[in-house]
Design a protein around this ligand. Structure first.
Ligand code: CA
Length: 708
């Protein structure tokens, strides 16, 4: 609603002229359903993660455009007082900027100056760090009627007073004794706060919940997968839908990891249709044979589910990956748009999930309109538009007998990094990745509560042992373009093909922002924030911020000036496992805000320098090193990196102080660092520990040798 209309309504209802209407002074805007539902009418603000219910990450602001973007300079920066991944999109309302940091902490800044107004410490139990698959990140807050909502890594949902940061209510949304985590941003729709959860790598049963925004009372809950059929319905909104899903499951998944499906990121909302869209996660364990041994589609894994926002009841679903067995989540960002398809106006929902196909569906009915590969795909040869099902390649599920290399891998052809949609160009801008993964079933897999339970041999790439590789000639061709690197992909959703693509070094670029100024912003793993023209992809500006960027920028306006803000903090799954081209270690987080002709001094982020390496003597047999390597891959690599080479977010064990190796028993088996987020592996034997130590020291030695 426009300001004029608001005044008109106020005059009629109050019978007197409000000061806000007569004088220049504006009444403070309230973030309510009307404001959230008409984000286009409030161009100055950025009120929800995707800026609008449609999750477009598009701003109608155009003061900064392709002709003057070269004059962008720093307005201010803010030290987030953190050392791990920053994934939040900053929100701005009424002159205040809100964002989150690792461990689900929240801060509020004066948007004009960057001066801190308040910080809230979630005081999350650091033991939760070991349960977070992909760093203790958080993707942001929701705003509504004077409150700020945040999901906490330990499964809580907390409402804070937006003026003070003091908690108003605090509810535990997940069973505390199970390895659930929350990293996604809540959304507020229809007076309810919507929040999902993660944990499918460790083994849980995914669900999404709606809480009354005012009181924190549970309004409804939708389980993604059925529970133990003997126990009957849960009394949840999903009961009827799960009765239909039940025949698509076999075996005893409820005893065996809970089935998974955790909806840990994407939500979108159509206020006209009153439909809430939820992207759902992968199966747990990954290999379907280990959770549903006689097969089945395993509804509603890897799906988009459309729920009635009032009741949480299922209206329709579309499963992108039936019988998921590759960690192909469909929790990736979904965008709503009104486009012309086949000569007809269609209200669509669009998604580029991990599995490599870009989907366009009718968002009212769930009808599949288009599914084209946006990356190299070798698990499927395409999607049958009649049945809506992928046409799997012969090799896709052969990884119980062979090591099978497939595109994409579990990192996905696109992960959580927000894409964006520009209505002027009609393009969707995807932070895309090309990568493969050697899938191989873990031999003698046994579940362990509270630990990683994918049933996948994480040592398959490096080990000569394990399953034999599938011979090259057995591979059936897949589909999709071969790019050979990460890229920024401008995708035409109507034509179902790329318009243009910019290749990046290394791993995925950060989330994207597009504007009516014909601009497209993306931060990169090499520390740059870059602006391109949205129509043609020409680079028009860049700045070096010193450390890998993974978050999406946002843009907002105040006192007639347009600003661009971005969080810079290397981390997330890639920051634990793979690493970034800057090769920094533990770099402090920052929020940078840019404006035309900004003159603040830009000091790029700098990581901590490692101490020079010294040799540490060790003795080990070849068998010990082999055992240590396998153990490291199975138990340590997901946080400390492949081959003990940390991705830069947490400790690179090769650089440890020599005395640390003497304390490995206390740290690894006795849990001395639990309050830093390091799990306690008390089931490891002394032999296991000795093998791990020998392996890490051998990697230190290799690093020393390489440096010579
Ligand atoms: Ca997963």
């Amino acid at each position: 609603m426009s300001r004029a209309k608001l005044c008109f309504v106020a005059i009629i209802t109050a019978g007197l002229l409000l000061p806000a209407c007569s004088a220049q002074k504006k009444a403070p805007p309230v973030v309510d359903d009307a404001a959230l539902g008409s984000a286009a009418a409030a161009p100055d603000e950025w009120l929800t993660v995707g800026r609008d219910y449609a999750e477009t990450h598009f701003s109608p602001l155009k003061q900064i455009d392709a002709t003057n973007v070269g004059k962008l300079g720093l307005a201010w920066s803010y030290d987030t007082q953190s050392l791990r991944g920053l994934e939040a999109t900053p929100l701005v309302s009424n002159g205040v900027l809100y964002a989150t940091t690792p461990w689900s902490n929240v801060f509020a800044l004066d948007a004009r100056t960057g001066k801190e107004l308040w910080r809230w410490d979630s005081k999350a139990d650091r033991i939760r760090g070991g349960r977070a698959c992909c760093d203790v990140v958080n993707r942001g807050v929701a705003l509504y009627k004077g409150k700020v909502y945040v999901g906490v890594i330990d499964g809580r949902l907390v409402a804070l007073d937006s003026a003070t940061g003091n908690p108003v209510w605090d509810v535990q949304t997940t069973p505390v004794d199970e390895p659930y985590t929350i990293t996604g941003a809540p959304r507020v729709v229809d007076g309810k706060v919507i929040i999902g959860n993660g944990g499918s790598e460790l083994g849980v049963r995914g669900f999404v919940s709606a809480y009354d925004a005012e009181t924190g009372a549970l309004a409804w809950r939708f389980y993604i997968v059925p529970g133990d059929p003997a126990k009957g319905p849960d009394g949840a909104a999903s009961d009827e839908a799960l009765t239909k899903a039940l025949p698509t499951w076999t075996g005893e998944w409820w005893n065996n990891g809970g089935g998974g499906g955790t909806p840990w990121d994407a939500l979108a909302y159509d206020p006209e249709a009153r439909l809430l869209y939820v992207g759902t996660g992968n199966g747990s364990a990954w290999d379907r044979r280990l959770r549903s041994p006689q097969g089945g589609d395993n509804l509603y894994l890897s799906s988009i589910v459309a729920l009635d926002v009032s009741t949480g009841k299922l209206k329709w679903h579309y499963q992108t990956t039936p019988g998921d067995t590759w960690d192909y989540t469909a929790v990736q960002h979904m965008i709503l748009a009104d486009v012309q398809m086949g000569g007809k106006p269609r209200k669509v929902i669009m998604q580029a999930p991990k599995n490599g196909f870009f989907y366009v569906l009718d968002r009212l009915t769930g009808e599949l309109l288009s599914a084209e590969p946006y990356a190299k795909v070798t698990w499927a040869k395409g999607v049958d538009l009649k049945t809506g099902r992928p046409i799997e390649t012969r090799q896709a599920r052969m990884y119980d007998k062979y090591k099978v290399t497939l595109f994409p891998g579990p990192g996905g052809a696109h992960n959580w990094h927000p894409m964006s949609f520009n209505p002027a160009t009609g393009l969707v801008y995807i932070p895309a990745v090309e990568g493969s993964f050697p899938y191989a079933q873990e031999r003698d897999f046994k579940r362990q509560n509270g630990f990683w339970n994918m049933g996948i041999d994480l040592n398959a790439r490096g080990s000569a042992k394990g399953l034999p590789p599938l011979p090259e000639k057995e591979y059936e061709p897949g589909t999709g373009p071969e790019v050979g690197s990460a890229s920024l992909l401008a995708w035409d959703p109507v034509a179902g093909k790329p318009r243009w693509r910019i290749k990046h070094q290394g791993v995925s670029g950060g989330g994207t922002l597009t504007t009516a100024g014909n601009l497209l912003f993306q931060g990169l793993s090499d520390g740059r924030l870059v602006a391109y023209t949205a129509d043609t992809g020409d680079k028009v500006w860049e700045v070096q911020l010193g450390n890998g960027v993974i978050a999406a920028p946002s843009t907002w306006s105040m006192d007639g000036k347009q600003y661009v803000s971005v969080l810079v903090g290397w981390g997330g799954a890639t920051g634990l496992y793979v690493g970034n081209p800057t090769r920094q270690f533990k770099a402090p987080g920052r929020l940078f805000t840019f404006v035309l002709d900004g003159t603040a001094k830009l000091e790029p982020v700098r990581g901590i320098e490692h101490d020079p390496l010294t040799p540490v003597a060790y003795k080990a047999t070849a068998a010990q090193l082999e055992h240590g390597s396998a153990l490291f891959a199975r138990r340590c690599s997901m946080c400390h990196g492949t081959a003990a080479a940390s991705g830069g977010t947490i400790a690179d064990l090769r650089y440890a102080q020599p005395a640390t190796y003497d304390n490995m028993d206390q740290i690894v088996r006795q849990g001395a660092y639990q309050q830093l987020g390091m799990p306690k592996f008390d089931f490891l034997t002394e032999e296991d520990l000795a093998a791990l130590k020998a392996y890490v020291l051998s990697q230190r030695e290799a690093l020393l040798a390489a440096a010579k």
